[in-house]
Design a protein around this ligand. Structure first.
Ligand SMILES: Cc1cc2nc3c(=O)[nH]c(=O)nc-3n(C[C@H](O)[C@H](O)[C@H](O)COP(=O)(O)OP(=O)(O)OC[C@H]3O[C@@H](n4cnc5c(N)ncnc54)[C@H](O)[C@@H]3O)c2cc1C
Length: 510
């Protein structure tokens, strides 16, 4: 693990005047608090902050940011959602980390409230520190649910909206950031601003996928739809990648399914993993024998939501939607589960790994968006010739397509410039001391893409140099910089992303 920063009697790292503010009692400097905020899910970097703020209100956060803004040498401030980044993105070296989940204990407009109006229909106003699992449970009490999800629900609303928030629903509804109507945001100047498509729209689009660079989200207004009760959940196996992707692309182009994903199963990894233990024990032997035979197989995964009213017709309807697909005969598997169990499918795998001490291990993940035109080259060059050949990883590998037109180009999020693109998730876990081997493999994959002319974009990006960030944002770099100058001119917010030079230091405040 690389350690950035030094040990920190905060009194020497932060301006003394901070102690006289009324938030002082909610600034924690004890070693437990510091330890928590200096680590994340990735377990690969450690960055030591000077203090952690456990805000009891939105005003606590505006006070903190305004104070830093008015210092002659401002200190950095990072909102921390659930700390599920993998490379220190929610950390703040020598600065203050704001634990956004603390707000959930108080109310103050940061809870979960369901409403309706004639122009939006049903929506939920949700605090930035709320976990998606809690949003699901609260909205289902009204028979409603958000339409766009992540595979794992123990992430915060502010954390996923700062990236994009993608899952098998994205082909249909777009990412989570395409389903936000309005937000309350505290800018890097400490201003508390409500923004939407029509009000302070520059800030609105900047913050969506903005990697925490422009403001701290304290409330998001999220689109809701009727929540179904149950889902039909189907997986089909392929050994031919072109048949697999052709079928995925066909399915995202027709109406009817609610979720489409896909994954790669290699003979070195078991068919089930922490992301979901879908395949019953009785089927595992023949799936393993199939993957042994081919080395690599591909698993198309789809879901159709339904309610009791369609009990009698749902199977026929699903059969119609899946007609003509080219999966391997005899390798279709079906499940019928509750909507909640489906959306929360990763949790049981997490709990199992936690009980074995295998959850809190390094996660050298790489997530990419790959243009459809390059997906065959990616399969040959990466899945077959790097990952399978090197045989270093047993983590889940995701691959599924989505439509560019479900993403608004005004948002900060970066995607490939092609109508259809694939999301690739290489969700490696490693032992404590060998994550660098997988990190190195990730670098090799990125180099391969560069050399092969595959115009992949990193999702949940991590770069070391300004040049790499400029390449990443490409034509959006100028606007990204302008927005930074407008909303966080002193570069206070989310320094752990390492996009702009972070501001550090001690000095007096004006
Ligand atoms: C097991 C697991 C499964 C995952 N599955 C998916 C998936 O299916 N789809 C997907 O899209 N992602 C997925 N992710 C990635 C996840 O969306 C990101 O890591 C996300 O940033 C985590 O949210 P968090 O609340 O932990 O944010 P953190 O890691 O705490 O923060 C992430 C970034 O957002 C900033 N930030 C946090 N809160 C706020 C706020 N309120 N306002 C402004 N900025 C803020 C932070 O400063 C930081 O820069 C997964 C991650 C894990 C660990």
């Amino acid at each position: 693990m690389s350690i950035i920063g030094k040990s920190n009697p905060w009194t020497s790292s932060l301006p003394h005047e901070l102690q006289s503010l009324d938030i002082a009692s909610r600034l924690h400097v004890d070693s437990e608090a510091i330890k928590l905020a200096s680590r994340d899910f990735g377990k690969m970097v450690q960055t030591i902050p000077s203090a952690i703020l456990h805000p009891s209100s939105i005003k606590d956060i505006t006070t903190l940011v305004k104070f830093s803004y008015n210092c002659s040498v401002p200190f950095s401030v990072a909102a921390r959602g659930h700390g599920h980044s993998v490379k220190g993105q929610a950390m703040a070296e020598s600065g203050v980390v704001v634990d956004m989940t603390s707000l959930n204990n108080y109310g103050n407009g940061t809870g979960i409230r369901v409403s309706w109006n004639p122009s939006l229909g049903f929506y939920a106003d949700v605090g930035g520190g709320q976990l998606w699992i809690d949003v699901l449970m609260a909205t289902l009490e009204h028979g409603l649910a958000p339409v766009s999800w992540t595979d794992y629900l123990y992430l915060t609303v502010g954390g996923t909206i700062s990236n994009a928030g993608i899952s098998g629903q994205s082909f249909l509804h777009g990412p989570q950031i395409s389903n936000v109507y309005e937000m309350d945001v505290i800018t890097g100047k400490g201003e508390y601003v409500t923004c939407s498509k029509h009000l302070n729209s520059e800030l609105f689009y900047a913050v969506l996928g903005g990697l925490g660079q422009f403001g701290i989200i304290t409330r998001a207004r999220i689109a809701l739809d009727r929540g179904p009760h149950r889902v039909k959940w189907v997986r089909m196996l392929y050994h031919d990648f072109s048949a697999f992707t052709r079928d995925q692309e066909h399915l995202i182009s027709i109406n009817g399914l609610d979720y489409i994903e896909g994954s790669v199963i290699m003979n070195q990894s078991p068919p089930n993993n922490w992301r979901s233990s879908f395949f019953p024990l009785s089927d595992q032997a023949r799936i393993i024998s199939l993957s042994n035979k081919h080395g690599i197989i591909y698993c198309l995964e789809v879901v159709k939501y339904y309610n009791e009213l369609s009990n009698d017709t749902i199977d026929e309807e699903l059969q119609g939607l899946l007609k003509g697909l080219n999966f391997l005969q005899g390798f279709m598997f079906k499940k019928d589960v509750s909507f909640v169990d489906f959306l929360n499918r990763v949790r049981s795998g997490e709990l199992k790994l936690q009980s074995k001490g295998l959850w809190d291990v390094p996660h050298p993940w790489l997530n990419l968006f790959v243009p459809k035109s390059s997906i065959m080259d990616f399969n040959d060059g990466v899945f077959i010739n790097i990952i399978h050949k090197q045989n270093k990883t047993t983590g889940p590998i995701l691959v599924y397509p989505m439509h560019q037109n479900k993403w608004d180009d005004r948002m900060s999020a970066v995607i490939p410039d092609e109508e259809t693109f694939y999301t690739i998730g290489l969700l490696h876990s490693s032992g404590v001391n060998d994550w660098e081997v997988l990190d190195q493999q990730n670098k090799e994959i990125l180099q391969f893409c560069d050399k092969a002319g595959i115009k992949a974009k990193q999702y949940l990006p991590h770069y070391r140099t300004k040049k790499e960030w400029m390449n990443h944002f490409d034509s959006k770099w100028d606007i990204f910089q302008q927005r930074k100058a407008q909303f966080d001119p002193k570069m206070i917010l989310s320094p752990g992303q390492r996009i702009f030079n972070s501001v550090l230091g001690v000095d007096s405040c004006v």
